[in-house]
Design a protein around this ligand. Structure first.
Ligand code: ATP
Length: 478
């Protein structure tokens, strides 16, 4: 089993993530977060919110509706240009993104030391992405380079075709073109259309940002790899409005801050890298992705984009409402430029699961342990009575209740202590506390560290402060 399969299986077994509508056989590319998963997710969104909104007094929060006026998506370009170039393998009947097949092929050439051919294909690929007939050019490269179906090994392709990714629905009872609306494919537009209101009501001055966490929907054609590519997912986005001409300095500032945030969540720096875009989107003047070394290779988790004034200008044009800002210091009017940081919440969760998963041999037994940073771990501490008598359960329950005033704590008295430890290792709980005979006499409990498995005794009345200290100072052991 590869790492991703192990994570899919652990996620279901322990309650991190389940296939959606599991009793009906699941729904493609849609997942539900179970009791542990939802805690992990909440911890991540809280950390993001704290970092972006609370730590910056010039960033405000927003929670816009998923359903928006349909003209929003004409203005944003999504109605006309939110397509993926897809190609079908007739042998396996599977559909692939043509650009991804070519990127993979280039990666393979590079990995096998064929640098010159790799460079040549890349040059052709970049030209194809910019050409007027992109699907045809991509198709030619696939044929010329003898790129085969990844699942079948066959060379039996259809043409490359474009598919729009927006989910459509209808508002009200009448189903016609007039009532057609979309499920938002990104949260960013909710921020742009509220730019003036948020700036005025929060009395912010440029540069300032608006941050939002929310669901987005894309009718992804190739939706595989667990929660990496879903049809319903969540984004954590921040749009930073700046004076035209200053965008590159803010772009660099946000690149540095966003990379650091992932490291602060416990991701090893060597598992993260920057990836520049081969082709900038029509609205961007700079774009870099943060990529993570997933089991299936380096993949994007967050995009940092300098979007110029494209979005605000288009909304001004389509709505007829001014999107200008008057700069009181420079005494000038302008439409601000935008630097955006756009992270996938679910991809962040998948990254944390991959980063945390470890298998170890302990006394000839396999131990599966999720070494999450304690600040993101779903449960911070578990409390066990050594045996179910002599007042130990009551003392342990009282301690768990006390800890719950500080963070998420869990009480467990079933099975041997060894079994209870193993369950908590799989849940990624950083500390297990045992109430035993000595506790009943001296008030001291043992605390077992998830990573080192070292146990120490501390007075139970200090447990909350002691654990908070340990969580803050955590670092990953080699
Ligand atoms: P990709 O190239 O992988 O489709 P993208 O470049 O279209 O991603 P953006 O539009 O920049 O992605 O969206 C920002 C972030 O939203 C991505 O970095 C990713 O983490 C997340 N994201 C985008 N599409 C999905 C999806 N279908 N499922 C889960 N997360 C997604």
């Amino acid at each position: 089993m590869d790492l991703l399969e192990k994570i899919v299986s652990l996620s279901k077994r322990r309650g991190f993530i389940y296939p959606s509508s599991d009793i009906y056989g699941g729904l493609g590319a849609t997942y539900d977060y179970g009791p542990l998963g939802v805690e992990l997710k909440r911890n991540v969104t809280e950390r993001w919110w704290r970092e972006m909104v609370y730590r910056h007094d010039n960033i405000e929060g927003l929670d816009a509706a998923i359903l928006m006026h349909p003209t929003v998506w004409k203005a944003s370009g999504h109605v006309d240009a939110f397509h993926d170039p897809m190609i079908d393998d007739k042998a396996s009947k599977r559909r692939y993104r043509a650009d991804e097949l070519i990127e993979r092929h280039i990666g393979k050439l590079e990995a096998s030391g064929k640098e010159k051919p790799a460079r040549e294909v890349r040059t052709r690929f970049v030209a194809a992405l910019h050409s007027d007939d992109m699907p045809k050019e991509l198709h030619r490269i696939i044929l010329d380079e003898d790129i085969r179906g990844p699942d079948s090994g066959a060379f039996d392709w259809t043409e490359v075709r474009q598919f729009n990714l927006m989910f459509e629905t209808h508002a009200g009872a009448v189903v016609d073109d007039e009532t057609k609306i979309y499920l938002r494919p990104e949260t960013a537009q909710g921020i742009f259309v509220n730019f003036r209101l948020a700036q005025e009501t929060a009395r912010q001055q440029v540069p300032f940002g608006i941050a939002q966490i929310g669901k987005a929907f894309r009718n992804e054609i190739v939706a595989r790899r667990f929660i990496f590519r879903m049809r319903e997912f969540e984004q954590m986005e921040m749009q930073y409005f700046v004076r035209p001409g200053t965008q590159m300095e803010h772009f660099e500032e946000w690149r540095a801050k966003r990379m650091q945030w992932h490291i602060d969540n416990g991701i090893r720096p060597e598992h993260l890298r920057w990836h520049g875009h081969e082709k900038l989107a029509h609205y961007a003047d700079a774009a870099f992705d943060v990529q993570y070394a997933f089991p299936m290779g380096w993949q994007e988790i967050e995009g940092i984009h300098s979007r110029t004034d494209f979005d605000l200008k288009r909304h001004q044009e389509f709505s007829g409402k001014k999107m200008e800002y008057f700069d009181p210091h420079r005494k000038e009017k302008y439409i601000p430029y935008v630097v955006e940081t756009s992270a996938g919440l679910d991809r962040t969760i998948l990254m944390l699961l991959c980063e945390a998963y470890e298998e170890e041999r302990v006394e000839d037994e396999k131990r599966i342990v999720m070494k999450f940073h304690p600040e993101v771990a779903p449960v911070k501490a578990a409390v066990f009575p050594l045996v179910k008598r002599d007042g130990m359960p009551e003392t342990a329950q009282a301690l768990a209740a006390d800890l719950r005033g500080h963070f998420n704590a869990f009480y467990d008295d079933s099975g041997s202590i060894g079994k209870r430890y193993r369950r908590m290792d799989e849940a990624g709980t950083p500390f297990c506390i045992t109430v035993d005979g000595e506790t009943m006499e001296t008030g001291a409990v043992t605390i077992r560290d998830r990573d080192s498995m070292i146990q120490e005794r501390i007075p139970k009345n200090n447990a909350a402060d002691y654990l908070k200290d340990r969580m803050r100072s955590w670092s990953r052991s080699a």
